[in-house]
Ligand binder design. Structure first.
Ligand code: DOR
Length: 432
């Protein structure tokens, strides 16, 4: 097991309210005490200290708990031409993530305990990060019959989701949330009313009308968010709203929380940086579900991030092959990759403008998603797994998608100049 010393870094661990310059010791792949440079321990320790190797000099760098992405499509099994557990987690590690939660819309769909076990088995052989699988809510994502959630939960599923599609049957959602209330796992919901969304390839608005494309109204998302919050209220289950994109959804989550409903929510960088106007410039690299919206929605999401309505930041990393994305707006699949650009987008577009402090942003990518998923990660507590990310907040780098470790390249952020890059990712104390 790995030993290491990370010295002279700016240690930010929101789980323990640590925000100070110091050293972090790693012993047997576990976190040891943080030694603050202001403490007597530090002076005592440094008298005649000789470090064992490896020593990571973190002077001028931020030392954070390894980041957690609670919304990733790893595509294995079934879509290995887009991504595999190995390549997706390599991209995750390059982006500073040490844990990812992977979605169930693979082929076959992850809808039995055996398939949950299969993900763990592949991950144990090939993954560069910890991998936590979701099971699906309905069999084959067909929206007709609930899966064996109890069995999948026992097999290690960390929650349940039909992400990519909405469970349109409210009675099934009620039953899924009732089981969530009983067993404690989260139900992660993709919110787009299928009939309002029919044929839509982008947001309904000025740009969709200009381009002659079918648009989806904000109401398609808001109706399902409202419905599911009501069902969570009725059952006491834990509802997690995936990739919030509308001002209305932010407000519904805010009001739900005020009433004491167990509802949490995440947002993705593209939804608080880009508007639907991007579709005209970038075509299918700006096509995802839910779609890019308007500045009014962005402003509401930023307010939701600031006031705590939005709990977590996730990527919805959704790799697709170049030939698939080349099919044009109507036929190309939805989604963009995001694992390697998330951290610098958060730093450049949330922290630098002052929407969040760096500690608040790190919390939304570490201890908060860990808490939502019920996983023992996202902290630098003594004895925790030594998952650690070092971040350079001073250097501007340009996104170069040809250097991505993902198998796919579908991003609207290629060529963007950003600050706040990962420089080292340790998982269990070992460099990834
Ligand atoms: O844009 C998206 N792509 N949204 C989803 O919810 C699913 C994802 C995918 O699987 O490609």
């Amino acid at each position: 097991m790995s030993d290491a010393f990370i010295v002279n870094g700016h240690i930010i661990d929101p789980a323990n309210n640590i925000d100070e310059v110091g050293d972090l010791h790693i012993t047997d792949g576990k976190i040891g005490p943080v030694i603050s440079h202001d403490s007597n321990d530090y002076r005592d320790l440094n008298r005649g200290r000789s470090y064992q190797s490896p020593v990571y000099d973190a002077t001028g760098l931020v030392v954070a708990p390894g980041l957690i992405d609670m919304h990733v499509h790893l595509r294995e099994p079934g879509f290995e031409h887009k991504e595999t557990i190995e390549t997706g987690t390599a991209a995750a590690a390059a982006g500073g993530f040490t844990s990812v939660a992977c979605m169930a819309n693979t082929s076959p769909v992850i809808d039995t305990p055996e398939k949950i076990e299969k993900i763990y088995n592949i991950a144990s052989e090939t993954a560069k990060t910890n991998v936590f699988p979701f099971g699906s809510i309905t069999k084959a994502l067909a929206g007709e019959e609930l899966t064996d959630m109890r069995g999948m939960y026992s097999a290690g599923a960390i929650g349940f989701t039909d992400d990519g599609v909405t469970v349109m049957n409210a009675a099934l959602m009620r039953d899924a949330l009732a089981l969530s209330a009983e067993l404690g796992f989260p139900i992660m919901v993709h919110c787009e009313e299928h009939h309002l969304n029919a044929g839509a390839v982008m947001n309904l608005g000025e740009t969709s009308r200009k381009l002659g494309l079918i648009g989806s109204p904000n109401a398609a998302e808001d109706i399902i968010v409202a419905r599911d919050i009501m069902l969570a209220e009725m059952t006491g289950g834990h509802l997690h709203v995936l990739h919030v994109s509308t001002a209305g959804a932010v407000e519904l989550v805010r009001q739900g929380k005020k009433r004491g409903v167990h509802v949490t929510a995440e947002v993705c960088p593209h939804h608080w940086i880009l508007t639907d106007a991007e579709v005209e410039k970038q075509g299918t690299n700006a096509k995802m579900h839910p779609p890019l919206r308007t500045q009014t929605d962005i402003d509401a999401i930023l307010e939701g991030l600031r006031d705590g309505t939005i709990d977590a930041i996730a990527t919805d990393h959704a790799p697709h092959a170049p030939s698939e994305k080349a099919q044009g707006m109507v036929d190309a699949p939805n989604g963009i990759i995001g694992l390697e650009t998330c951290l610098p987008l958060v730093f450049t577009y949330l922290v630098q403008p002052g929407h969040l402090t760096l500690a608040e942003a790190i919390a939304k990518m570490t201890v908060v998603p860990a808490h939502i998923l019920g996983i023992d990660r996202g902290t630098l507590s003594v004895g925790a797994a030594a998952d650690v990310t070092l971040i350079d907040t001073g250097t501007i780098n340009r996104v170069d998608i040809t250097k991505s470790r993902s198998k796919s390249q579908n991003t609207p952020f290629n060529g963007w100049e950003l600050k706040g890059w990962q420089t080292l990712t340790l998982r269990g104390g070992s460099s990834q």
